[in-house]
Design a protein around this ligand. Structure first.
Ligand code: NAD
Ligand code: ZN
Length: 366
């Protein structure tokens, strides 16, 4: 077993901090971790059908051993679970089972489960404590960290939600052994993004240890998750509400989100769109003389070594994608704010980038 040092997120406004534990087999420690501070007699476990079929029983046993009654709320798989109706069903079940403000919610699953369970926790009785137990790579390195919770609205993704920090994040890399390769690649895009915006050495590690990581070798996998979480936790600690540096996490997401939206959210996975978006942003940075050609080639090599796409297929005019760039909820006063790189491991923001240049970059990505 590898024991990695604990990472902490410090939330200044609330004057508290919470730990992120990364440990192979960590799920078996859940009972012990809870006994240290939780006084309640029951927990509300939110998961989805797939994750529950794989891990529900053993997690149930761990909680049972800790003397806790478990009320399980199972969501369907996929994005449709982040809806008003599943939120409401969750409130109903909490009320039926007499949950109060000092009870605990556990989110066991990917980003979908984490986002819905987090929002449920944020809003039920004006907030009760919750713990993230992420089971996809994307959730382990990205969505479980930072306290963003949300559901979708028919007008767009994540339009309704809140910033609400968990009590703890418990990451067990062992969950990833059952994850589909496409879901692993999806999370890898965010891992690579973290390296590219903040840590050059980490990107070298990812390139060098690619085979071990893809074979889920424990030492390399755990280290990768650790570095990645440390970068995200560092950014979130500095800027919880995304007023400054947290925007760097949107590297690749400006074009990425537009690409997802214009293709109806079903052609490309989020990670694939972000990969194409990172290539677009890198080329843009190069055209603006922030980045050397060799660095762009390095990024291309890095992404393709993890089987992520460098271009996309789109029969229509890229002008449509350009329009979609402005639909993002992060666009302020109709001004695009680009996250670019000054070098590998160093991000910066740029506004007022020439529109023709952006259109040219989009055309080049086809
Ligand atoms: N809150 C944030 O800061 C934040 C950040 C990024 C993304 N998100 C959100 O996260 C969501 C995407 O999360 P995701 O990519 O984890 O998708 P997901 O939760 O839909 O999980 C993907 C699939 O993997 C399955 N799965 C989960 N764990 C598994 C395991 N260990 N073994 C086998 N199968 C497993 C799930 O059943 C699901 O079918 C989106 O809704 C997105 O908006 C939120
Ligand atoms: Zn993302």
């Amino acid at each position: 077993m590898i024991n990695l040092p604990e990472i902490r997120i410090r939330i200044r406004e609330q004057e508290r901090s919470y730990p992120i534990y990364i440990e192979q087999g960590g799920r078996y420690e859940l009972g012990k971790l809870l006994r240290d501070w939780y006084q309640g007699d029951r927990v509300f476990l939110v998961s989805d059908h797939k994750v529950n079929s794989l891990y529900g029983q053993e997690i149930g046993q761990v909680l049972d051993k800790a003397g806790l009654t478990v009320v399980t709320y199972l969501l369907p798989q996929g994005e449709k679970a982040k809806s008003f109706s599943y939120l409401e069903k969750g409130y109903e079940l909490l009320l039926e089972n007499d949950f109060k403000r000092d009870h605990l919610i556990l989110a066991l699953g990917g980003g979908v489960v984490g986002d819905l369970a987090g929002f449920l926790a944020a809003t039920f009785m004006r907030g009760l404590p919750y713990i993230q137990i992420p089971t996809t790579l994307l959730a382990q390195v990205d969505s479980s960290i930072g306290g963003k919770t949300a559901i979708n609205h028919r007008k767009g993704k994540n339009l309704i939600g809140s910033f609400y920090q968990p009590q703890m994040v418990l990451i067990d890399p062992g969950f990833l052994t059952t994850l589909a390769p496409a879901e692993f690649r999806n999370g890898m895009a965010e891992v690579l993004k973290h390296g590219l915006i903040a840590d050059r050495e980490f990107t070298s590690f990812l390139l060098e240890k690619r085979d071990e990581i893809l074979k889920l070798k424990l030492a390399e996998l755990s280290r990768m998750i650790y570095y990645s979480c440390r970068i995200k936790a560092g950014v979130v600690t500095e800027d919880e509400k995304e007023q400054g540096i947290r925007a760097h996490l949107n590297f690749g997401h400006t074009i990425g989100h537009a690409l997802e939206a214009v293709t109806g959210f079903n052609k490309y996975k989020h990670g694939e769109s972000v990969a194409v978006g990172m290539i677009g942003a890198a080329r843009l940075a190069q055209r603006l003389n922030y980045l050397e050609q060799a660095a762009v080639r390095y990024i291309e090599e890095l992404l393709s070594s993890y089987d992520l796409p460098l271009s996309f297929q789109y029969a229509e005019d890229t002008g449509q994608i350009f329009e979609y760039l402005f639909y993002d909820k992060k666009v302020k006063a109709n001004k695009l704010r680009w996250v670019l790189l000054k070098g590998i491991g160093s991000a910066c923001l740029a506004e007022a980038v020439d529109e023709e240049l952006v259109k040219d970059i989009l055309e080049g990505l086809k």
